[in-house]
Each structure stands twice: as C-alpha cells, then as structure tokens.
Design a protein around this ligand. Structure first.
Ligand code: GAL
Length: 422
C-alpha cells in the first residue's frame, strides 16, 4: 500500500511538471514564440558596438524575449546581402534585417512583395512627426511605409590625422585643388596622402560618388539616378578623371585592406586622410580610443560643402515571419529616442529621430546634426539608396576595373551600359 502511494505521488509530480512545461510553450507561442533574429552586417570592430548597445536596451525592457544576433561580416553588406537574398528567396526571412532606405529597400524587397507595410505601427508609436519627412519618404513606396530608420550616416567625409596635418603645416582641404596640394605635401613628407582599402570595391565607389556629387552638384547628381542626366554627360567624365587622379595618392596595398585597415593607417599616422562614411568616426573614437578633434579631424569631401550624402540603416517587417509581435517590440526600441541614443554615439552616425538628445553626441555628432538640417541631401550609390542592386553591382565591378586600368572612357561606357538596370 505504501509503495502504491509513493508511485502515485511520483506520477502526480511528473504530470504537474509536464503540464507546467506545456503551458510555458503555449504562453510563449501566443506571444509570438520564437526568438527575434536580427540580421545585419554589423560584426567586428567598428561595426558591432552600436548594435550591442541597442540589444542591451531591448533586453532591459523585454528580458523574456530572446534575441539572436545573426550578423554576417563584410562592409556595406558585401556578403550579408547575398545571404539575405537566398534566405528571402527560400521563404526563410530573418525576423528583421538591415536594409538601406531608398532603392535597396523599395526595389529589392518592397517591389518583390516581401515586406509588410507598417503605417499603422508608425501611427501607434506616434512616429509620424518624429522622423524627418525626407527620411520617411526614403522608406516608403506608393504611400506605404516599410521600415524604421535607426540612424543617418554621412558618406562625404574626409577623416584626417590632426597631428600629421599640424606637423606639416597643413589645413584640411575644402576643394579638389586644395586636396591635391595637400596630397603633394604629404607625399613629399613621406606620408601616404590617402588611405584606401578596396578589398571590397564599394570603398572606391564611395570616393567616385563623392566626386560625382562635387562636379554635378546635388540636383544633377540626383538626376543620374532618375535618368534626367545621362552617364555620357561630360561632367561624369570629369568626375572620373578626378577620381583617377586621387588614386595616384593611395597606399600601395589598398587592394588587400578593408575599410577598417585603411582607417588604421590614418589613426597611426602612416596616412594623412581617408574618405569614408562616418562609421569610421565610430571606429576611430570607440574602437581605437582616439579623441575627436584632437587625434583626428573631419571635413566634407572636396567641393561638397552644404551637401550631405545620406546613408540610412533601417529595419522592417518581412512577410511570413511568425513572431510579428516580438519583432515589433524590437522595432519599437530601435525607433525610440532611448534606442537611437544608445546606438548612434557608438556607431558614428546621428539619430534618425528629430527629438534625440544632442548632448549624448560628441562635437562630430553635433556638427553633423546641424549639417543634416542645413544641407542638400543626396542618396548614396555605394550604400544602396540611389540605384538598384543590379546597377550597383555593375558599378562596383566597373570601378574595380578602373582602379587598376584607369580607363576613363571604359568606366563611363560601363556605367552607360548598366543604366538600363537603374
Ligand atoms: C554601410 C552601413 C553602415 C556601415 C558601413 C560599413 O552600408 O550603412 O552602417 O556598416 O556600411 O560596413
């Protein structure tokens, strides 16, 4: 009898535990179930600190929701974009993924009917007047909004080594004429004038797009992407010539470096300048521990004063995910003042929101916020906003060939040929 009672007690206990486990499953299913998988290319030095800070803010608010940081290394999404494309084609979307506002979002994913419109979510969060209208337009198609911008990066920046400039009596160049004069002085002093790491070709495309902006001005630069200005316009050739001349001043081992390796040359004084988006500011200040305006300075790329090459990292809601509610909770944090002010000071970007706290940013961030308000805004080609992925892939290839062959006419012809993909 005693034995029977004991057996009964054991069975009863097992049944209770099993019921508790089942009810756990059921409750997590009803709240959205799976973990939130965040897909980006923010991994490693200069890339991941901001995202990690954002995830921390999320974890404090939602300790019960698991986050999977699914980042694929490679600047500007060199590898991540291909992995994403195959997952999207295989109907295996991540919960949310990094995508640039503009063509990359609208022509790759919205046009393919892979994204949910999130207008109601914007209304619920009270966001309609919290992001600049220009930015909302970049993440919208046919009146529907498809993603949430976490930041604004600037693409037309020269970062330079302050000590090297001081020791050589140099001023930061504002025009191409000044740029080449400074470059000659640096070269004469045995310092690499311009650090480049084009192991991933987008870094060279970024130098070229800034030359296009300088020569064409903001309206006609935009015209390249709307088809109003053709690539055989003589000013495109002029920009390619300037780009070629700049390549005369880069480090010999440029083809084996990535953007971080090139930025390091400026940090340690082997090179004077580099042209890079302001994620390089995050890398210099946060990862390498250098001080803004003491160790390194910054200025817009030559002849682009009053112009701002916009790069915005955004995250949306892919169709077909099964944890919509939890993913929206992540997007809510990413679009909040708190989330943006945790992410952006580390990333080197400025907040996408208009009501973030400037005091959380160093002088670079403060200056960039002011410039953003007062500049002509132009979309970056190298970072997916200006033109379709098909055009960008061909442009990167053409630029890559140009870096070794320096054939201006061939570059222009390749862009002409690619323009049917715009
Ligand atoms: C850009 C992206 C930035 C930064 C950079 C380097 O495309 O918008 O956030 O990650 O690439 O990888």
């Amino acid at each position: 009898m005693k034995k029977k009672l004991w057996m009964f007690a054991v069975l009863f206990f097992v049944a209770i535990v099993a019921a508790a486990c089942n009810s756990d499953d059921a409750s997590s299913d009803s709240e959205g179930g799976d973990k939130v998988e965040i897909f980006s290319w923010w991994t490693g030095a200069g890339e991941e600190a901001g995202l990690n800070a954002l995830i921390e803010v999320f974890k404090e608010k939602h300790p019960d929701i698991e986050i999977e940081n699914a980042a694929v290394a490679g600047g500007a999404g060199t590898n991540a974009k291909a992995v994403l494309a195959s997952r999207m084609q295989g109907d295996d979307p991540p919960s949310t993924f990094q995508v640039h506002g503009g063509a990359e979002l609208n022509e790759s994913w919205v046009a393919a009917d892979k994204m949910e419109p999130i207008n109601d979510f914007y209304e619920e969060q009270g966001w309609m007047d919290k992001f600049p209208q220009d930015l909302i337009d970049l993440v919208s198609k046919d009146g529907d909004i498809y993603s949430v911008p976490v930041n604004i990066h600037r693409g037309n920046v020269i970062f330079y080594n302050k000590k090297v400039f001081e020791e050589n009596g140099l001023e930061a160049p504002t025009t191409y004429e000044e740029f080449f004069a400074v470059a000659d002085s640096l070269e004469a002093a045995g310092i690499t004038p311009l650090a480049l790491g084009d192991k991933e070709p987008w870094t060279a495309t970024q130098i070229f797009e800034n030359a296009l902006l300088a020569v064409l001005g903001p309206d006609d630069y935009r015209g390249l992407w709307t088809g109003d200005v053709a690539f055989d316009d003589p000013r495109v050739k002029e920009a390619a010539e300037i780009f070629g001349q700049m390549l005369d001043y880069v480090n010999e081992d440029h083809a084996s470096r990535n953007w971080q390796d090139a930025t390091q040359l400026v940090a340690n004084g082997e090179a004077g300048m580099t042209i890079m988006g302001d994620w390089a500011k995050g890398y210099l200040a946060h990862d390498l521990g250098l001080e803004t305006n003491v160790d390194f300075g910054y200025i817009e790329t030559p002849d682009t004063d009053g112009e701002f090459m916009v790069i915005t990292d955004t995250f949306g809601l892919p169709k077909g995910i099964d944890n919509v509610e939890d993913t929206k909770k992540f997007l809510a944090v990413l679009g909040s003042v708190e989330g943006q002010d945790a992410f952006n000071p580390l990333k080197g970007s400025i907040p996408a929101r208009v009501d973030a706290d400037p005091e959380k940013y160093d002088q670079y961030g403060k200056d960039t916020m002011e410039d953003f308000k007062n500049s002509a805004l132009t979309p970056s080609l190298a970072h997916g906003s200006a033109a379709s992925e098909g055009f960008l892939t061909k442009a990167n290839q053409a630029v890559n060939i140009f870096v070794t062959q320096r054939d201006v006419d061939q570059l222009v012809q390749a862009l002409m040929d690619a323009s049917s993909d715009l």
